[in-house]
Design a protein around this ligand. Structure first.
Ligand code: SF4
Length: 335
């Protein structure tokens, strides 16, 4: 067990965890809502520190990042646990794993992860992903600080449900974020994720103002968050608050975990992409076959296809080494 950061003692031995907006009051010998931060004798511990459930080299596009080191590989690492409880979780076997009935994990210390990453010369860095990295904050930060010293990039795939202070500290070492914007209403968040909406918007605004690269993923679930009007409000908000160059991944939902609604129709994704493309420069459909051609990157200025994607085959001959369109020099990607 590793002592956690961001908590205060509340009462004799009760603890208030300040890592995420739930701000759980945790009694002795019990866990917070994420089921991985435990009060032992008035100290908060991160139970999943170093307990790796997934460690793989992936294309950066798989996270997904489409405008950040396109075509590179990245070391993906995950543990278990989550601070949200989405009924449609697509990774529930890791994120919603019961504490004593988890998927197999193997202990790694941070330097082992960094060394394994450095050994792959085609790998640009590390991605903290699979389950929610916020709930293994200490392990993530220990790896990220070490990785930074070795000139590796750090990326996070997160639900964005984190308090401002720990996020500020992350912004010192994390270079790229993909934040899952699950819906665009208070109701959606409360009913389907058991969390509140406002903190996710604040996280997005803070990242957009920082030097870190930001992409957003929105999983489209039929009947729950595919209303074109609300979706349009979301894309308006992204354009005005975060910037029109914020890449948006509109992903196809498949029935999973507790939700058994039929998978999203391709036509729905394509229609929503048209709406988003009126306001945003980089909009992609995800979790669909490459035959639809909806995941290419088009230069917003000269309209050339600058990155072509056929699954995880990536053709990037139309951008230069600094990530600019070779035709018109518009900045497309961080490279
Ligand atoms: S990180 Fe876990 S324990 Fe801490 S406030 Fe969030 S859900 Fe509660």
């Amino acid at each position: 067990m590793h002592e956690a950061q961001f908590y205060t003692n509340s009462g004799d031995t009760d603890i208030k965890c300040l890592l995420c907006p739930h701000e759980c009051i945790i009694k002795e010998e019990t866990y917070g809502r994420c089921n991985v931060r435990m009060n032992i004798a008035g100290k908060l511990y991160s139970e999943n520190y170093g307990k790796v459930t997934g460690l793989n080299f992936d294309p950066v596009e798989k996270k997904p990042f489409y405008n950040f080191f396109p075509g590179k590989m990245i070391q993906s690492v995950g543990t278990y646990g989550c601070n949200l409880a989405c009924s449609f979780c697509q990774n529930y076997h890791m994120s919603q794993a019961e504490i004593h009935n988890i998927v197999t994990s193997k202990y790694y210390n941070p330097s082992e992860i960094v060394e394994a990453t450095l050994a792959n010369k085609n790998c640009c860095g590390i991605s903290y992903t699979y389950n929610e990295p916020v709930v293994w904050y200490e392990f993530m930060m220990d790896i990220a600080e070490m990785a930074k010293e070795k000139d590796l990039v750090n990326t996070v795939v997160s639900n964005g449900y984190i308090n401002p202070k720990p996020l500020d500290k992350m912004l010192n070492v994390i270079d790229g974020f993909n934040i899952d914007l699950k819906g665009f209403s208070k109701d959606f968040y409360i009913k389907l994720t058991k969390a509140t909406f406002y903190p996710v918007k604040e996280t997005l605004k803070k990242i957009a103002k920082s030097n870190a690269h930001l992409e957003i993923t929105n999983l489209i679930i039929p009947g729950l968050n595919d209303d074109p009007v609300i979706f349009g409000e979301m894309t308006d908000w992204i354009a005005s608050e975060l910037g029109k160059n914020t890449p948006l991944h509109i992903n196809r939902y498949f029935p999973c975990y507790k939700l058994n609604i039929e998978q999203t129709k391709i036509e729905t994704l394509v229609e929503l992409k048209k709406i988003a493309s009126k306001k945003l420069n980089f909009v992609y459909c995800g979790n669909i076959s490459a035959i639809y051609g909806e995941s290419n990157t088009i230069c917003p200025k000269c309209k050339k296809t600058v990155i072509k994607r056929l699954g995880y085959e990536i053709y990037i001959d139309q951008i230069d080494k600094k990530g600019h369109c070779v035709q018109c020099k518009y900045k497309i990607a961080v490279c």
